[in-house]
Write a protein that binds this ligand. Structure first.
Ligand SMILES: NC(=O)c1ccc[n+]([C@@H]2O[C@H](COP(=O)([O-])OP(=O)(O)OC[C@H]3O[C@@H](n4cnc5c(N)ncnc54)[C@H](O)[C@@H]3O)[C@@H](O)[C@H]2O)c1
Length: 283
């Protein structure tokens, strides 16, 4: 199958990144969201990523401009999917929202369209029947897109296996390293490990064993890496982290979810709002 037109559902942290990389890879991209405000944030995010890609000499300013010409935003879902060869869904990590979105896509998307979800933690089988075409539905899960370039391909038992090589090829064209997850698993491969790591950091914090800064410092210095668990959470988005954490039944996860909620309630969602556990300036 020749993929040319990509539809992105959700113009947030990940939808924006997937959309921008798709446009940089030469695809025509339409981004749909229900909130116009998301488009403004998305454009700012792209500007920031573009600056770093140009200064790292990964793309030229001309490549960026050509990519931007291939990318457009719309509040009209029908317009977003009209020509789509593939949908990559990155709406809020909430099963009811995703089920509604997929029900609607099943009704309005062309027959040819491949359906993929970028869910971090839900199983594709919990969404598949809502699409009305479960055989065309598969999890296709990105990490950070530009820095962490693994894309998980995780079918559910009803996925037509002919989709797998198509998605592997599409993933490579998006400059990602495709990884095949042969059995449905919450959190795929990397996120399943990451969840334990971030949960352990949350447990240290809610039990007042150490401060945010010292927990991050301990990880960074030992592993010679630029970010510790709380900086990673800021990058993921504290709202997205909450959607996963509050579903875990153990007392430490519940206490950590309650702490995350206090940040969310004051608008501190992490890097995307300029403040989470840490403060971020444009500099
Ligand atoms: N943040 C990450 O690091 C990360 C990494 C991999 C996967 N994901 C997954 O990607 C998805 C999106 O996460 P995010 O961090 O980008 O969230 P986000 O909150 O930054 O963005 C979600 C976007 O979805 C939009 N939205 C909500 N309901 C909608 C609807 N009915 N139709 C269209 N748009 C709608 C919101 O307006 C918002 O712009 C989630 O499933 C998440 O688990 C996130």
């Amino acid at each position: 199958m020749d993929i040319q037109h990509v539809c992105i559902l959700g113009a947030g942290t990940l939808g924006t990144r997937i959309a921008f990389q798709s446009a940089l890879s030469g695809f025509q991209v339409k981004v749909y969201d229900i909130h116009e405000k998301s488009f403004e944030l998305s454009k700012k995010m792209i500007e920031k990523i573009a600056k770093s890609l140009v200064s790292s000499q990964i793309y030229t300013a001309e490549d960026i401009q050509l990519a931007l010409n291939r990318l457009s935003y719309t509040l009209n879902d029908q317009e977003a999917v009209n020509q789509a060869d593939i949908i990559s869904e990155s709406v809020t990590e909430d099963i009811e929202i995703k089920r509604k979105v997929w029900t609607r896509m099943g009704e309005i998307a062309p027959e040819k369209t491949i359906f993929t979800t970028n869910t971090s933690y839900l199983l594709p089988s919990s969404l598949a029947s809502f699409t009305g075409r479960p055989e065309k539905f598969c999890a296709f899960h990105f990490h950070d897109v530009f820095y962490s370039r693994v894309v998980d391909i995780m079918p559910h038992p009803g996925t037509n296996m002919e989709l797998i090589p198509i998605l592997q090829d599409f993933g490579r064209r998006l400059n990602q390293v495709p990884v095949y997850v042969r059995k449905e698993n919450h959190g795929y491969i990397f996120n399943a490990m990451l969840l334990s790591f971030l949960g352990a950091a949350g447990k240290l914090l809610v039990n007042q064993v150490a401060t945010i800064e010292d927990i991050d410092l301990s990880w960074k210095v030992n592993f010679h890496v630029p970010m510790g668990p709380f900086a990673i959470l800021d990058q993921i988005g504290l709202d997205t982290a909450w959607h996963v954490t509050h579903q875990l039944p153990d007392a430490n996860s519940q206490a950590f979810a309650a702490l995350l909620k206090t940040y969310i309630d004051t608008g501190k969602l992490g890097e995307k709002t300029g403040e989470g556990f840490y403060k971020y300036t444009s500099k």
